[in-house]
Design a protein around this ligand. Structure first.
Ligand code: FE
Length: 333
């Protein structure tokens, strides 16, 4: 009997030790490239000793992989951009609710899932970029006004296949209803200077090159290009300051349904929303911290303060299918 007890005790200890060891790591599937996340994870490991392993890929294959892996997934967390994508992940059933007083304190509710399935980590505005050579900022007012006749042949847009434009359109539908939104988007399409672009950087370069005078971009693409070329003759304009504010979207993170290390993963997410991590995480991609107590970096602050739309970004997901159909009807390629 003594031997048996001894063996049992040894097995128990081994099991506990195994559990403790496994809990000292967190596995992240990330659609953000290494250089935008590794410094943050390295800082966490340096502070806590917890290892953060991550793989990077586009969001669609990562989400499909988590779904296919099911209960055997090694992934604890899905890190991606755009509320439209996070909402899709939630719809696929690959996330689990994560209620936390720390998140409640750090991140405003409009930047989180109403079911606690994901939280925003950093913010980006999708705003108007304009040529400082051919446009006076006084000529600009709202997203809606880019449908006016005076912008005919002067507007550049990225493809409607990109989730960023789908999310913007989804919030327009929420604000104005489908009929008015379709009119606005038809106006944009009829004002196009050229075919739609496959990315925001190419669009900004087209404004610089004189192919068009105004366009819609995410702020960090402007930040990157401006850093490379400080003489850029393109600036950002904050529209709709007299009404609802600028369209804001986010990068965010969700706990997977079958996370093998849920407690360690939750602690990492809570830390990522803290003052300790927010400045670093947001500045790596020239974004705004999602935690309003943390100031943006100097280069981001230099773009000027603005009023952001307070609409819950979850709307981007809820109305995504409707937005895609509407953009198609309006002829936005
Ligand atoms: Fe992007």
């Amino acid at each position: 009997m003594q031997v048996r007890h001894g063996l049992f005790a040894t097995l128990m200890l081994a099991t506990l030790a195994g559990t403790a060891q496994a809990a000292d790591e967190v596995v992240v599937y990330s659609s953000r490239i290494d250089e935008l996340i590794k410094p943050v994870f390295d800082a966490y490991t340096a502070k806590t000793g917890v290892k953060v392993k991550f793989i990077t890929d586009k969001e669609a294959p990562l989400m499909a992989r988590i779904k296919a892996e099911g209960a055997n997934t090694p992934a604890d967390l899905l890190l991606t951009v755009d509320a439209g994508n996070l909402w899709q992940a939630e719809q696929m059933g690959i996330l689990q609710p994560f209620d936390s007083p720390v998140l409640d304190a750090n991140i405003p509710p409009q930047y989180r899932s109403s079911t606690d399935s994901w939280t925003g980590l950093s913010l980006r505005a999708r705003t108007i970029a304009y040529s400082t050579e051919r446009v006076k900022p006084e000529e600009l007012t709202t997203y809606e006004a880019l449908a006016d006749k005076n912008w005919e042949g002067r507007l550049c847009l990225r493809t409607s296949k990109k989730v960023y434009n789908q999310s913007l359109t989804a919030t327009l539908i929420e604000t104005h209803g489908a009929e008015k939104t379709e009119q606005i988007i038809k106006g944009w399409v009829s004002n196009l200077a050229t075919d739609v672009f496959s990315d925001d950087t190419a669009l900004l370069q087209a404004i610089q090159a004189g192919q068009c005078d105004v366009g819609l971009v995410n702020t960090y693409y402007y930040g990157r290009l401006h850093k490379e070329n400080p003489g850029l003759k393109v600036k950002l304009f904050w529209p709709n300051q007299a009404d609802r504010g600028v369209h804001v979207n986010l990068s965010g993170i969700g706990l997977t349904k079958y996370a093998p290390h849920p407690d360690a993963a939750k602690k990492l997410v809570e830390w990522m929303t803290s003052s300790d991590a927010q400045g670093l995480f947001a500045s790596l991609n020239q974004e705004f911290p999602a935690n309003p107590k943390v100031a943006p970096s100097e280069e981001v602050a230099a773009w000027g303060a603005f009023k952001a739309d307070s609409i819950p970004v979850e709307v981007a997901g809820k109305r995504q299918a409707e937005a895609i159909k509407l953009m198609d009807r309006a002829g936005w390629n």
